[in-house]
Design a protein around this ligand. Structure first.
Ligand code: PEP
Ligand code: MN
Length: 338
């Protein structure tokens, strides 16, 4: 339920109401809007709760939240959420660009990539140090050494580091080095991991699982929000279909669909979404045109030598051209890219 407080409700009234909600065995998420404060009261529904809360003096009205994802729903918060880490801003009119190699491979590879994506206007640096690979024999990442290189690249460039976490056991390690934690597609429904990043309090990029429905995607985000972490970005990278000419089938309709249902920002990953470098720039421009809040793009100084995902990685020059095009599309929509 959404408990809409009366206009001008004081912090003390909100606090009192929060306690009443918790006394009913529900969780209270306070959302301070520009006009009013609302409290999302979530938990197993019991008879009479709505009437009990509605009878309180400081309450204007109590309305049920229809969506199964309660805190993620636009019913709970009408204004778009902007997720921020250093200069990286995603949502609320800012199109954040996170770029860099699929995997951290060496100091030279990472620093060359970081400098190039920064020069082209990215504000986030991606790079996996712990890599979820289909084959156990494939390169699994540089692990903590890779995290150290990411932190050094951030120190030099100011780019916010976005890197994948694969297990709750790595939380302390990742939090030490990363600015934003990525939950990979394969882990979208790893509920203990979702709760752990919710508790970690760092911004999170949650990738859609290739067979997850939109409701499952939003309910996965809800696991993070439910722990009190509101800094969640949804990342669409496509779904698996009968079609094999691209790595996944990238549905750009997800952008407006999600934006109509949630206040969380929506990022498109055209690199994993297509698996083919030449398709990345046009799909990135299309994603901006359809209103995405951000892009995540793989860039490698020498894609043919990449230890993972070389076929979908852009060279720095192609990335810079892509950014130019996307900036033109963004400015025609009155938005800022980067
Ligand atoms: C990645 O971003 O390089 C990656 C491996 O993502 P995912 O885990 O979602 O496939
Ligand atoms: Mn990759």
């Amino acid at each position: 339920m959404i408990v809409v407080m009366k206009m001008g409700a004081t912090p003390a009234m909100v606090e009192r109401m929060t306690r009443r909600i918790e006394d009913l065995g529900l969780k209270a998420h306070v959302i301070i809007g520009t006009e009013r404060t609302v409290i999302a009261a979530v938990g197993d529904k019991r008879d009479g709760e709505q009437e009990t809360l509605e009878s309180c003096d400081e309450v204007d009205k109590v309305v049920p939240i229809l969506a199964p994802y309660k805190v993620a729903s636009r019913e709970t918060r009408a204004e778009p959420t902007c997720v921020t880490a250093l200069d990286l801003k995603i949502g609320g009119g800012h199109i954040g660009v996170i770029a860099g190699p699929c995997s951290v491979e060496s100091e030279e590879q990472l620093l060359t990539s970081a400098r190039a994506v920064k020069a082209a206007g990215a504000t986030g640096l991606r790079g996996g140090a712990f890599k979820p690979r289909t084959s156990p024999y494939a390169f699994q990442g540089m692990k903590e050494d890779g995290l150290k290189l990411l932190a050094a690249a951030r120190d030099e460039t100011g780019l916010a580091v976005v890197t994948e976490i694969m297990t709750p056991g790595h939380i302390d390690l990742l939090v030490k080095y990363a600015d934003v934690l990525q939950i990979g597609a394969r882990n979208m429904q790893n509920y203990h991991l979702l709760q752990a990043v919710g508790d970690a309090g760092k911004p999170v990029v949650l990738k859609r699982g290739p067979s997850a429905t939109m409701d499952e995607f939003l309910l996965a985000a809800e696991y993070i929000l439910d722990r009190g972490n509101s800094q969640v970005v949804l990342c669409e990278l496509g779904v698996r279909t009968f079609e094999t000419h691209t790595r996944f089938t990238l549905p750009l309709a997800s952008v407006p669909y999600l934006q109509q249902r949630t206040h969380l920002p929506v990022v498109i990953d055209p690199s994993h979404g297509t698996g083919i470098a030449s398709l990345v720039p046009p799909m990135a421009a299309a994603a901006v045109a359809v209103g995405c809040d951000g892009l995540m793009v793989e860039v490698h100084p020498e894609p043919s030598k990449a230890l993972s995902d070389g076929a979908q990685s852009l060279t720095p020059n192609v990335f810079a051209d892509m950014m130019e095009t996307c900036r033109t599309v963004a400015s025609s929509l009155g938005k800022h890219l980067g």
